[in-house]
Design a protein around this ligand. Structure first.
Ligand SMILES: [Zn+2]
Length: 162
């Protein structure tokens, strides 16, 4: 085919033929490619970070509906104050505000974010273990949340947990 008869805009090689290698864009490789695949994980990190800054930084203060209604702490009570203390670098205060959140929920959230990233990158099939292991992990987490809710509201718990 002669160059003059090629469709308008058709890439033409140096030799005048229509058969040429066309560079249509840089193919991402390495960590930049991996980063672009992490849409869910990066969104989750941004959302968690923004929420942590807004609540932990004291920009927005929410009264706990559970505590308002029942007059006792829910498992999450003190969570935003715990994050605020962490942001100030006061680990002891963070532990005092919500030990379960600091020692269980935040590490679990980090593990789930890493697991989510591995799923997005095709390196893992799921974020949570499947079958019996996954069920046991979910039950153990549920039991731990309920136990934390009970323990933190026991008389004298302020002394024990402080
Ligand atoms: Zn609460």
């Amino acid at each position: 085919m002669l160059p003059g008869r090629l469709p308008r805009g058709w890439p033409v090689g140096r030799d005048g033929s229509g058969l040429t290698r066309v560079r249509i864009g840089r193919v991402p490789t390495g960590w930049t490619s991996s980063l672009r695949k992490l849409r869910w994980t990066s969104s989750a990190v941004l959302a968690a970070g923004a929420t942590g800054l807004v609540l932990g930084g004291g920009i927005v203060s929410l009264a706990c509906p559970f505590r308002t209604v029942f007059g006792i702490d829910c498992p999450g009570c003190g969570g935003s104050r715990m994050i605020g203390a962490l942001l100030r670098g006061d680990f002891a205060a963070a532990l005092d505000f919500n030990a379960f959140g600091l020692l269980v929920v935040l590490p679990l959230a980090a593990v789930l974010l890493i697991a989510g990233a591995r799923v997005e990158l095709g390196r893992a099939a799921r974020m949570w273990p499947s079958g019996r292991t996954g069920l046991l992990a979910a039950v153990a987490l549920g039991v731990a949340i309920v136990a934390w809710a009970v323990v933190r509201n026991l008389p004298g718990a302020e002394v024990l947990l402080a």
